[in-house]
Design a protein around this ligand. Structure first.
Ligand code: IVH
Length: 669
């Protein structure tokens, strides 16, 4: 490796570390990140002279705070991280023969909680190890963090105790939280660890309380006032005893397996791996710690890691299985996705029976997939099953190819970009769900609580047959309450959101009709120019074409829509339901300029104007500037050395003018 390559790896690590620690949104798995760090460490061992302060090996990951959010807390004892190893051999090399406490390495985020005379007074995240965020109120709402410690008889009257624990979101809570977020149309979490991190650092601690977090205690960080306590109950003598004391005080301590030989160390690590998926939360390895805390203190730490412990990381599980069926699904966007079903396998604690094959390109990259093929699977980010490789195929196996839409049978087409497989049929039943979800989405009618999942649920429950049914849902309150994941509060929320949406500006209502090519821009232009929906419905194609952004094709589409049975019914129905049909910006339209409704493309160097000046001049006269020539282009303004755009304009028969001609045109108007 060259020095330059190492610096590139620094940058890569920096990028992923930021996503992981500060955004709670990693793009690669922990295992891949560890592998990256490993490459850096190996290169640095070979070339210690290359190591600079910019190296991620010189820092503890994670920034303390996102600007302007939770308060900062400086830790009395730094919360160090652990040296990772990936083989038993490395554990044995590290071990110096002293008795160990071998523990599960819990995959969450670290927090420190401080108790004064038995009362929780401060709770903080690890942050960069030295300075964390004050999340006391949030931690009060986490199971496993007692607000008051049990009044054990051996406790002194006055004392301070700081404990380090790992905050996790149990897998079940993770699935529930993600399902709820999805119902509300919000962004879901990539994995339980990110979910725990995101949920602990919320500004509203009561929301943290709803997230079902759990804290597992694994270390006594700091004690004061225990000097006179009898030895059997004195903290900080043995790690294994500390864990027992923590249990007595009301924490949920991590399990500790004693080990005093290589065999015992190996057996303990294997044992933890075997029981890995029996727990309600994730583990990502085992930690081997020297049990004697006085020895720990003597050994001390490097800038980042204690010398008295190592973390053995388990590799992600991979298994092979045989494909039994391949089928397709059509999504909200009309995209047709192939899915492989296979003989059930156990992966990362759950039974997995299918995985997406994404698109024709993905199947091709696997060299073709067919029923009977043996494939290698793993769980990406340990949650989503993924096919990594085709190991073998039956001799007569025909590679699976997507033909038609599974809903309506229409032959699929590629996307505009030339990939994927899409159903082009606008009357496809899957598209009703699509239109509903679009209608309710944030930038359109903005109906709180009506995300795509909820839309599908309501369609399946037979509560939505046409768009206007949304506004009749309030007549079906009982049926709504009977649906899964649909309590009083969420139904109330949904119905309020629906009522509120009746008041959206006319431009939004126009956009919500879902007419191809008619978005916010056209909606706003129409609203500014006409008093109400009735007037707009009556416009001729010519009248519509004058509007900025409406070409002849969209104008025809708009015209046809208002005259079609489905279109006019939809508008009538929405109006009858009380949806706003009146303009609030009528009369605010600028007088039509010479270039009103025209799209102009500028190419080449103009004799006297800069491109920017030409753009503002065109816009000031009602025109729109676009960067590429298409059938929609009204004019091409060409200067010196105009290239392919000019050729294209000529090919399409679009009018080409010079700067002088443009100025004359604007003058005459
Ligand atoms: S001991 C100073 N024990 O793993 C040594 N850490 O990769 C402190 N972790 O930041 C670590 N389970 O958040 C220890 N049984 C366990 C653990 C554990 C999970 C986390 C901890 C630490 C990270 C290091």
């Amino acid at each position: 490796m060259t020095r330059k390559e190492l610096e590139q790896l620094y940058q890569e690590a920096e990028y992923h570390s930021n996503l992981y620690y500060n955004q709670d949104a990693p793009e690669i798995s922990d295992f891949e990140y560890d592998a990256l760090m490993r490459r850096i460490q190996e290169a640095e061992q070979e070339h210690p002279e290359w190591v600079t302060a910019a190296s991620p090996t010189q820092r503890v990951g994670g920034a303390a705070t996102k600007a302007g959010e939770l308060g900062k807390v400086t830790h009395l004892v730094p919360l160090l991280s652990l040296q990772d190893v990936f083989s038993l051999e490395e554990v044995y090399n590290w071990w110096d023969g002293q008795p160990l406490s071998v523990e599960p390495k819990i995959d969450g985020l670290s927090a420190a909680v401080t108790y004064e005379d038995g009362v929780l007074t401060l709770g903080a995240t690890r942050g960069d190890g030295h300075v964390g965020e004050n999340v006391t109120e949030n931690l009060r709402r986490v199971a496993g963090i007692p607000a008051r410690l049990n009044p054990c008889p051996w406790l002194p009257e006055h004392y301070t105790l700081a404990v380090r624990c790992e905050v996790v979101m149990p897998v079940e809570a993770f699935q529930r939280v993600n399902a709820e977020l999805e119902l509300e149309g919000k962004k879901t979490f990539a994995n339980p660890r990110n979910a725990a991190a995101g949920s602990l650092r919320l500004k509203d601690a009561s929301v943290t309380g709803e997230r079902g977090l759990l804290a597992v205690a694994f270390q006594i960080l700091y004690v004061q006032g225990f000097e006179d306590v009898e030895e059997a109950h004195r903290p900080s003598l043995l790690q294994s005893r500390d864990l027992k004391l923590l249990g007595e005080l009301g924490f949920q301590p991590v399990n500790s397996l004693p080990a005093a030989s290589k065999e015992e160390i190996g057996a303990a690590i294997r044992r933890i791996d075997e029981t890995r998926y029996d727990l309600s939360y994730w583990l990502d390895g085992a930690v081997a710690k020297i049990d004697d805390r006085a020895v720990q203190t003597t050994l001390g730490a490097t800038a980042k890691f204690p010398r008295w412990a190592v973390a053995y990381k388990y590799p992600p599980e991979q298994k092979s299985t045989t494909i039994t069926r391949i089928y397709t699904q059509v999504g909200r966007t009309g995209r047709v996705t192939p899915v492989a079903e296979f003989t059930p396998i156990q992966l990362a604690g759950t039974t997995v029976t299918r995985a997406t094959l994404h698109n024709p390109e993905f199947m091709e990259s696997l060299g073709g997939v067919c029923v009977g093929a043996t494939v290698l699977c793993r769980k990406a980010a340990e949650i989503i099953p993924e096919i990594l490789q085709v190991l073998s195929r039956p001799e007569d196996g025909e590679p699976f190819a997507i033909t038609g839409c599974p809903e309506c049978g229409t032959p699929v087409v590629k996307s505009r970009e030339g990939n994927g497989a899409y159903c082009p049929n606008i009357n496809c039943p899957a598209q009703f769900a699509r239109h509903l979800a679009f209608f309710a989405s944030r930038d359109v009618m903005d109906i709180d609580g009506l995300g795509p999942k909820r839309v599908n649920q309501l369609i399946e429950a037979g509560l939505l047959h046409q768009i206007g049914d949304i506004y009749r849902l309030k007549e079906h309150r009982e049926a709504l309450l009977a649906l899964p994941k649909s309590g009083e509060k969420s139904v109330e929320n949904l119905l309020n959101g629906i009522e509120a949406s009746k008041d959206r500006p006319l431009a939004r209502v126009i956009k919500a009709l879902g007419i191809s090519g008619i978005g916010s821009h056209v909606g706003e232009a129409l609203e500014a120019r006409y008093p109400d929906m009735d007037t707009i419905r009556g416009l001729s194609v010519e009248e519509m074409t004058v509007i900025d952004g409406v070409g002849p094709i969209s104008a025809q589409g708009l015209y046809d829509f208002f005259r079609s049975q489905d279109g006019s019914r939809l508008v009538d129905d929405l109006a009858a339901c009380g949806v706003n049909m009146t303009s609030r910006t009528y009369g605010q339209a600028r007088p039509a300029g010479a270039l009103e409704g025209q799209t102009v493309v500028i190419t080449g160097t103009l004799p006297s104007m800069s491109r920017k000046e030409a753009e503002s001049l065109i816009k000031a006269h009602g025109g729109k500037v676009s960067s590429s020539v298409s059938k929609k282009t009204g004019l091409v303004l060409a200067g010196e050395a105009a290239g392919s755009k000019l050729d294209k304009a000529n090919q399409l028969g679009i009018r080409v003018i010079s700067e002088a001609e443009l100025l004359a045109l604007l003058d005459n108007n």
